[in-house]
Design a protein around this ligand. Structure first.
Ligand code: PEP
Length: 250
């Protein structure tokens, strides 16, 4: 039985004041005991979230450097520094970084490895663009993004990682994949793992992301291979995010 996770990606949003308000609002929510809840604030607000939640909600970073240890890499944050700051998770390969900042599969693999080498749990984000979906390439694109990590690091690394399927056309657009569309891709991802390691595939948590809202969450999370969500816009509202977390509970 896979334990669901609902994670909020706060992206490049927030001030010290608005983050304090959001943390306060989330602490008022009754969050389900059978769901792992996590937030991914900007690097600037990680420490604030770690101390504000005091362990009630896991905190992760949206990115890490490809080098795990401290060093001369201006503007980057090392995985070891994220661990030291109290993070337990890190997103790797978010589509905004792949597409807007030019992150290649090779770089994503290095970040994934850097995160795991210090004990952080990477959340590997994968997903197709609208053009790729319309060209019928969805499953191939996603399989290739997953395979890049498996081929470089081996399938076993996913015993301590999550995958987030986030169709690019659904991120921040208000368009959500239908539960059936999302399930089809989640099932294919799990099958890809099952061909290599059936027991790992059965345990692997695969989150759905792309305009998840309180109204759409329960149906998405009800699909057999969807183990929760990675939520952007709606995670900036404590009531909405709380409702999405509750939708993942039993
Ligand atoms: C995201 O960026 O990870 C995301 C899913 O965003 P949104 O929910 O706003 O589409």
């Amino acid at each position: 039985m896979r334990r669901p996770m609902v994670a909020g990606n706060w992206k490049m949003h927030g001030t010290c004041a608005s983050v304090a308000e959001l943390i306060g609002g989330l602490k008022q929510q009754s969050l389900p005991a059978d769901v792992d809840v996590a937030v991914f604030p900007s690097a600037l607000h990680l420490a604030q979230a770690v101390s504000g939640f005091a362990g009630a909600v896991a905190v992760g970073a949206q990115n890490c450097a490809y080098e795990p240890q401290q060093g001369a890499l201006t503007g980057e944050v090392a995985a070891i520094q994220l661990l030291d700051a109290g993070c337990s998770l890190v997103l790797v390969g978010h589509s905004e970084r792949r597409l807007l900042l030019g992150e290649s599969d090779e770089l994503v693999v290095r970040k994934f490895a850097a995160a795991q080498s210090v004990g952080l749990t990477p959340v590997l984000c994968v997903g197709e663009t609208l053009a790729q979906r319309e060209a019928g390439e969805t499953l191939a694109v996603v399989a290739e993004q997953v395979a890049a990590v498996i081929e470089a690091l081996g399938v076993k690394v996913f015993a301590n990682a999550l995958v987030a399927y986030e169709p690019v056309w659904a991120i921040g657009t208000g368009l959500t994949a239908s539960p059936e569309q999302a399930q089809q891709v989640h099932e294919a991802i799990r099958a890809q793992f099952a061909r290599l390691d059936a027991s790992l595939a059965g345990e692997l948590r695969i989150l759905y992301g792309g305009s998840v809202k309180a109204a759409s969450a329960a149906e998405l999370f009800g699909m057999p291979d969807i183990d929760g969500g990675l939520v952007g816009g709606a995670s900036l509202n404590a009531d909405d995010f709380g409702a999405i977390c509750r939708a993942a509970g039993s």
